[in-house]
Design a protein around this ligand. Sequence first.
Ligand code: NAD
Length: 471
Amino acid sequence: MNSTQSVQDLKAIVQAMKQAHLAKGPADAALRRDRLLRAASLIKDNHAALAQAMSADFGHRAIYHSMTADVMTTIKMLHYSAENLAQWMQAEAVETPAPGIKGWIQPQPLGVVGIISPWNFPINLAFGPLSGVFAAGNTALLKPSELTPRTSDLFAELVGRYFDAMEFGVVLGNAEVGASFSGLAFDHLVFTGSTTVGRHVMRAAADNLVPVTLELGGKSPVVVDDDADIQVAMERTLTVKTFNAGQICISPDYMLVPQKQVDSLVATAQRFMAKAFPTLQDNTEYTAIISDRHFERLAHLLADAAQKGARVLSLAPAGEPAFDAATRKMAPHLVLDVSDNMQIMQEEIFGPLLPIKTYSDRSEPVAYINAHPRPLAAYYFGNDPVRQQAFALNTTSGALVFNDVMTHVSIETLPFGGVGGSGTGAYHGIHGFRRFSHAKAVVQQSADGASGLRLRAPYADKLQQLMALVG
Ligand code: NAD
């Protein structure tokens, strides 16, 4: 399948998949497990070719980034669902108001689920949703990103080898194909990408009343309280900010720190970089920025901030350039003295730049976060349980991690998703199973049908009893 497919072709594919889903009947646990394990095998058997394709697409991608966040994490997600789905599929009995009536919730597949994925973790965000989609008994059609063309081409080829076209297919193409794809009459649509495109997707899906799960982005803050261990806070923040060169949806976007801590944070950042990345441009462990457009966007964010009065501090190793347009490798930068009129404080950064905003009163971080769109994740460094609890209760974010960054994403028992501007709906583990199932209410009436008799005429006696109850 490729971008030359017309909207009519795409409609026909979804229609055929829907018919096949109905004709074959609901997938049993064995088939669901088999689909999950085949998806895991596809990744495992072809990990070297996939890592190579991702690296070529990025310009350079650290093999460690590909093997951990794309290959191993996704296999783990798929295996976890394969192991647990038989239990998740069980109907859940509920209490009923009348004796003899039985009631239960029967999870049921939705049908055909569309998946639109971004480029930053190409395998994880294309195949990760399958851990819920397949576990729930659905079939799927994927539209991966055009910014990783080699990887997406390889997906199409491999999926064709491991799956029947009626259980899992791939549609290749750019934003225009994405727009057509999101207007198809799926039974559910999962979109992972930017908040801007998320709006288009939700509008397009509304035409067919297709329910959506939107996994979006935004600005995830790191709050450093005055009792925090500064070294720990900066080291853990930079560990993630340098992973995939900060091109992560839940990457720490900016830090809110007490004014007096800034100098120690800068010194810690410099020590961290000297140890973790003594070289950078020739270092195969450092990932490049995905495209010229994104590289220029990030360089512009720095220039705009500097021009508006920020202090821009490159963390490049001594003697190396802060960035190189030819390799698209950009050193991490701290951006100090930031203000809200700078673009770097207005849009999601999605790269290795870390603005540090200072505060003088302890109430400021919560007020600042609440004055902006709800983040996908919030990170709080500090050890006082009362203050931790106050932060948890007074801010709303997709996830909250105390004293670390990004830890929540690999805990399969936790839901992963955003809230408000950072998304709607969550998946991972049982949360994905539930998200992509229909929770059908089922009732078995008692043999005497007693509860129904209250509706049967004549009503006079029943009304009298009712009136007595109302009083
Ligand atoms: P993007 O929104 O530009 O593109 C994502 C996908 O949408 C691509 O496949 C693209 O072809 C498609 N698309 C583009 N225009 C479309 C349209 N009008 N209708 C339908 N589909 C369309 O995002 P990106 O640059 O690939 O990824 C980066 C963004 O994704 C960041 O904002 C990041 O925070 C977010 N993200 C979120 C998560 C999460 O789990 N919440 C994970 C990774 C990335």
